[in-house]
Design a protein around this ligand. Structure first.
Ligand code: SF4
Length: 278
């Protein structure tokens, strides 16, 4: 049994919040460059060029990539042979407070009725899971409001199958139009229950943009959706072009035989993510 003390977790979380918000991850940058090389629309190329310039400026100045530094979302995998000395949830919240304060990141958490800001970027959204081994793995994502607002979950009839899923996802992106700051990344959760579909849709977004799903059938479906969405012509920031989506990531799990849960979690081009293993 390995012991991890909470100060180590607090420092790691704070560092992740700052790094993710100021340094565009290499997989996202590579997708911008790839899209720029493929685009035929001049306005689309210009937006992508500006996104790359914005990333360079953020890196140089240590200022956030976007004014909306998002709600702090964490997926945490706790090894069976790890003992946390202290409270893990409180350590992650404390790390979030520290990171958002030290990095001068905008605090966006507020009371849903009064709209009064909680003032420190917390509470973080924390999803806990348990895995074999003696490591603690923490994934962080800054989730902006503009893209999150365009996300949806639904319960399809089982008979609607893949064609129904495809139609729903493409329509969702079409209706969202420029609102989620495209080019986007689309996380899709299929199966489980209503709330589980939403959780796995979000978790799909922690995958690197350049990975390929290990199941070739799901990988082919991700590709099929990516092509269908990019035919919509919404383009970068909604100004037209063939790059509406950078990547589609899908998670599929068994569901009730009477149900077909589906969740579409939309992530903007400012795909700020980091991970750490302690
Ligand atoms: S959707 Fe993303 S890029 Fe657009 S304002 Fe929000 S965080 Fe920034």
């Amino acid at each position: 049994m390995r012991t991890i003390k909470t100060p180590e977790i607090i420092d790691a979380v704070a560092a992740m919040c700052i790094k993710a918000n100021t340094e565009l991850p290499d997989d996202v940058r590579a997708k911008f460059e790839e899209a720029m090389a493929k685009e035929t629309s001049e306005s689309a190329k210009e937006v992508l060029r500006q996104l790359l310039e914005n990333a360079d400026l953020a890196m140089e100045t240590k200022l956030p990539l976007c004014q909306d530094c998002g709600l702090a979302v964490f997926f945490v995998e706790v090894g069976d042979d790890v003992r946390i000395e202290g409270n893990l949830r409180e350590a992650i919240n404390e790390g979030t407070r520290k990171g958002y304060a030290d990095g001068f990141l905008r605090k966006s958490a507020c009371d849903p009725f009064t709209r009064v800001n909680t003032g420190d970027g917390t509470p973080a959204i924390i999803h806990l899971d348990f895995t074999p081994g003696d490591k603690l793995k923490i994934f962080y994502m800054a989730k902006g409001g503009g893209s999150e607002n365009m996300s949806r979950a639904t319960m399809l009839a089982p008979a609607q199958g893949w064609e129904g899923i495809k139609e729903y996802v493409v329509n969702r992106v079409a209706e969202a139009g420029p609102n989620p700051c495209p080019p986007t990344i689309i996380g899709i959760g299929i199966g489980g229950t209503f709330e589980h579909a939403a959780k796995i849709a979000k978790k799909s977004l922690i995958r690197r943009l350049d990975d390929t799903h290990p199941d070739p059938e799901i990988a082919a479906k991700e590709q099929e959706l990516e092509e269908a969405i990019n035919k919509l012509g919404i383009g970068p920031m909604g100004l037209g072009g063939s790059t509406t989506v950078l990547s589609v990531k899908m998670s599929v799990e068994p569901c009730h035989l009477a149900s077909l849960p589906l969740a579409v979690n939309v992530q903007c081009h400012s795909q700020r993510h980091e991970e750490v293993e302690l």
